[in-house]
Design a protein around this ligand. Structure first.
Ligand SMILES: Nc1ncnc2c1ncn2[C@@H]1O[C@H](COP(=O)(O)OP(=O)(O)OP(=O)(O)O)[C@@H](O)[C@H]1O
Length: 917
């Protein structure tokens, strides 16, 4: 307290006002609805919104590192799945999951922050990206999928929206809400994903191989990346599905080079068996040199992780651990937390601290020798190539690079390509050491050069001269190129969609993400006036590389001219041409938007695909459509409509709720080929879908229901971290039917037992603190309680063995913190827990007891338990309205035949038992 005596009145008033304002600040903090902090994270701003919650940019207070906080309602069934799988992945092209925080109603995931946002937005803003960049990004995406597949997990919702770009412009796979393991079940039934990315077998409602549907989606992604439009797309969803099943995509040879076409057509093989494996994909010629590098990296990561040697081995980690120990932190607990993938605050702290340390380390000790070497090689070649290649207007064909090709070799060999690229000014920061770069963009070359110059001032004059001549020549080159690119604009002969100056063009996305700089590469609109300027443009336009390298010397001018025109969408001869928007602009939608739509996945608005451009250059605004949305268990939901009303809690649809689909144009000229199927699908696809609605899973029935439920939860009960993946198979058989509860819904059972039979038949001691009671004990608690699948199974086994004994009922009524959750010292007891005074399943022998309990008024909380020992009876404790613990237990007749009454046993409070009945 502040001593106010002895100070002047003014001072006293000042102090009072300071105290007052500080008090008020605290008060408003307590009463504010606005969330400013979650766990160790300070919320900075909202950066996105998913179907089930908001996404925030946040700061991890202890380390000051930015993270992405993704929130979801606990009753989103996919959140458990998402956390369960995501926490297993540790790969450079998959977003890292640092921590999971569970509050009363929400689950918060602290994820690696990717400021580059979605690949979808990136492509939308550029319309199309260079082939080189497509190859690089696609190799990274394929690597991520290969990694997940190698962990026996299938993603099942691969799409551009689920690939984010980090600050270095690298692809990061995210959103594992539909993931499941595919080790124990090779064919799947649950239909999920996003229509335009769905494989034909999914559309046809066949059982499917999870791995193969991911491969198909990769094909859709690659096609879209290269062409800027989806391979199978129509305003009418039924038509889209028809196309997926029956048609081949349109391979425009002007946009898709032969090697890319070859890869896409393999990925999009209608027969899943014909689709290539991911190593085959990564070896494909189109993806070289990136594919081989990523494949190598993925395999190395996998083998390291499989051998269990990834954590706490490096010098950096050991040093950090030591420092933490010296600071008084429990490093053993940190180790446990990481090794068991608990995703608690200790995991978060460790992973973020480690990231911080890595960053500092790379800043402190940049890889000088490598960068100097690389830059030297690049510059050597560049100074050479600037003279030869550019003048001849030729680009050397890409070199065939074997998997074993070293980075430096590639840099050396590929430097002609590298240096002749338009600057792909992707920010490659120094801390991206994990991610191998087979080639260097100009930006990274420059940065590497700067670094090397700063760090090693004693470089030879000769080298310095080369460096300066390199940059001089590049500067001239760029000036020359820029003049060519933009002179047309100044003259009014070229219209660029890059700026807002073009009427009707897409509004330029305000973005400070790396994609902005990438615009240079593929989407610039270049006015080509002469063969001379073409040469320079060729040099600067990486988008044209693949097209031009195929040409021989004599053909280059004409053919490159042609390909330039088509590739960049330019109109020559001084007239205006606007590139047609290929990838449709979808209105970003949240669940409320979605529920407005009639066809579920798409808003069925009949909109024109592209803007119409009038001769005077006026362009009508682009069509806005809802984005393609992910769905799950659509088929189950559609097929078994009779089940809709069976699940009163979750079912949001009754048959009468069916909304007539707007896409079925009765009497219209729908092609007869699929009109029948569209009629058939009326119930299915005409329904109003809310994405990932709980009802979608829970309303499914019979076999289909089982499949969707098992798809949803069975894998969670049985799967374990991939390192122990072999164990899954043996466990799964016992628990195929087991259905784990969702957050916030009534759990079928969570017995609290001290002893459980272990998987190996031995009796293992189980922590008596685990389970439902613990979960209820705090509003902010770590999600991962590590109740392993074997323990769940063990309950079942134990339960079967003890036939005749009651099955405990779950759900409590305010047990935590009331003293009713106390357990035997030995933990040798069994609980039946009430749901608001009601029993859905009553323990045997205790009906009357339960009735009695239910009739008690003002009961705050009730816990019923009995000893596991043979013949023991149920007794209950309850918390009365005054907060006193009371016990009621049956009075057994002397002959042992049954209960004659109930005793309110206040012995806990030192009172004599009273006869109640
Ligand atoms: N790690 C991240 N870094 C930066 N932004 C992110 C990250 N994760 C998500 N976002 C942003 O939040 C938005 C919504 O995230 P996300 O799509 O993962 O949520 P969701 O609930 O899975 O949505 P939906 O299921 O509708 O796809 C994304 O569009 C993206 O812009």
């Amino acid at each position: 307290m502040v001593n106010l005596t002895g100070s002047s009145k003014v001072e006293q008033n000042n102090i009072k006002s300071i105290i007052g304002s500080s008090y008020n600040r605290l008060y408003s903090q307590f009463t504010s609805d606005e969330l400013t902090e979650v766990g160790n994270y300070k919320i900075l701003k909202q950066i996105g919104e998913g179907s089930f919650g908001k996404v925030y940019l946040a700061l991890h207070r202890p380390t000051h590192r930015k993270v992405c906080l993704k929130t979801s309602d606990k009753n989103d069934p996919n959140i458990v799945r998402e956390v369960f799988y995501h926490r297993q992945f540790d790969f450079p092209y998959i977003t890292k999951l640092y921590e999971v925080i569970v509050t009363e109603t929400k689950v918060w995931m602290a994820l690696e922050y990717c400021p580059g946002k979605e690949l979808y937005d990136h492509l939308l803003s550029l319309h199309r990206i260079s082939l080189l960049e497509c190859g690089e990004l696609f190799a990274q995406i394929s690597g991520a999928v290969y990694y997940a597949h190698s962990m026996h997990c299938v993603h099942r919702d691969l799409k551009l929206e689920n690939i984010l770009l980090d600050k270095n412009g690298n692809a990061k796979l995210t959103d594992f809400g539909f993931t499941r393991e595919c080790m124990t079940k090779t064919t799947l039934e649950t239909v999920c994903g996003t229509t335009v990315y769905m494989a034909p077998e999914l559309i046809e409602r066949k059982t499917y191989d999870g791995f193969k549907i991911d491969i198909w989606s990769l094909g859709v992604i690659l096609y879209t990346l290269i062409t800027g439009s989806l391979p199978f797309d129509d305003d009418d969803e039924v038509k889209t599905k028809w196309k997926i099943v029956n048609e081949e995509p349109n391979y425009d040879s002007k946009l898709i080079p032969d090697d890319a076409k070859d890869l896409i057509s393999r990925l999009l093989a209608k027969n899943p068996k014909e689709r290539p494996s991911l190593p085959q994909v990564l070896h494909h010629q189109f993806l070289q040199p990136y594919g081989s590098v990523v494949l190598d990296q993925t395999e190395k990561t996998l083998s390291r992780q499989r051998s269990g040697g990834t954590h706490f081995k490096s010098k950096l980690e050991r040093r950090l651990l030591k420092r933490l120990k010296q600071s008084g932190l429990d490093t053993l607990a940190i180790k446990q937390s990481i090794l068991k993938r608990k995703c608690d605050s200790l995991s978060g702290l460790w992973l973020l601290l480690l990231a911080q340390e890595k960053k500092q380390e790379t800043c402190k000790y940049p890889k000088r020798s490598k960068s100097v070497l690389s830059v030297k090689k690049v510059i050597d070649n560049a100074t050479h190539n600037d003279d030869s290649n550019i003048d001849s207007g030729m680009l050397k064909p890409p070199l065939e690079l074997s998997r074993a090709t070293s980075l430096s070799k590639m840099l050396n060999k590929g430097s002609d390509i590298v240096t002749s690229m338009t600057p792909v000014s992707r920010k490659k920061s120094k801390d991206s050491t994990k991610i191998l770069r087979p080639t260097l963009s100009k930006a990274s070359t420059q940065r590497a050069y700067t670094q090397s110059m700063v760090n090693s001032p004693r470089k030879s004059n000769n080298f310095l001269q080369k460096v300066s001549s390199f940059f001089k020549s590049k500067k001239n080159l760029n000036n020359n190129m820029n003049n060519n690119i933009y002179s047309g604009t100044r003259e009014g002969s070229v219209a660029s969609t890059k700026g807002a100056s073009i009427p009707g063009s897409f509004p330029k996305k305000k973005s400070n993400s790396p994609q902005k700089s990438r615009t240079d590469v593929g989407a610039d609109f270049i006015k080509i006036n002469s063969k001379e300027s073409l040469k320079n443009n060729l040099v600067g336009t990486a988008a044209l590389q693949k097209a031009t390298i195929l040409l021989d010397n004599n053909e280059v001018s004409e053919k490159a001219m042609e390909s330039t025109n088509t590739t960049t969408g330019l109109l020559l001869n001084e007239s205006i041409r606007i590139e047609e928007p290929r990838l449709k602009r979808f209105k970003s939608s949240i669940s409320s938007d979605i529920s407005q739509t009639s066809t579920g996945n798409y808003d069925s608005e009949s909109v024109e695909n592209s803007r119409s451009v009038s001769l005077d250059g006026k362009v009508s605004p682009p069509p806005i459509r809802t984005r393609p949305l992910s769905e799950i268990s659509q088929i189950s939901n559609d097929t078994y409509t009779s089940e809709y009303s069976t699940d009163g809690n979750n079912s949001s649809f009754k048959i009468s709720d069916t909304i007539k689909p707007s896409y079925i144009r009765k009497g219209s000229e729908n092609t007869s080929q699929y009109s029948a199927s569209s009629e058939k699908m009326t119930n299915g696809y005409g329904r109003k879908f809310v994405r990932r609605d709980l009802s979608i899973i829970s309303t499914a029935s019979s076999a289909s229901e089982r499949s969707s439920r098992t798809d949803s939860f069975y894998d969670i009960t049985t799967a374990s971290p991939a390192i122990n993946a072999e164990n899954r198979g043996s466990r799964s058989n016992n628990s195929k039917e087991s259905v784990l509860p969702r957050f916030g819904t009534q759990r079928p059972w969570t017995g609290k037992r001290a002893y459980a039979t272990s998987r190996h038949g031995k009796t293992a001691r189980r922590s008596s603190k685990r389970g439902q009671f613990k979960i209820q004990s705090s509003n902010t608690d770590s999600i991962i309680q590590e109740v392993s699948s074997s323990e769940e199974e063990d309950h079942n086994v134990l339960d079967k063995k003890r036939t005749g004994l009651p099955t405990p009922v779950l759900q409590n009524k305010g047990l935590a913190g009331n003293g009713l959750d106390e357990h035997d010292e030995d933990g040798d007891d069994e609980y039946a827990i009430h749901t608001d005074g009601e029993f859905s399943v009553k323990p045997q022998y205790s009906d009357e007891l339960i009735d009695k309990q239910n009739s008690l008024s003002n009961v705050k909380a009730v816990a019923t338990k009995r000893s596991l020992s043979e013949g023991s009876n149920w007794s209950s404790k309850y918390l009365d309205s005054d907060g006193n613990r009371q016990r009621i237990s049956p009075m057994v007749e002397e002959n042992g035949e049954g209960s004659v009454g109930y005793v309110a046993d206040s012995s806990v409070d030192g009172e004599e038992p009273k006869l109640l009945l």
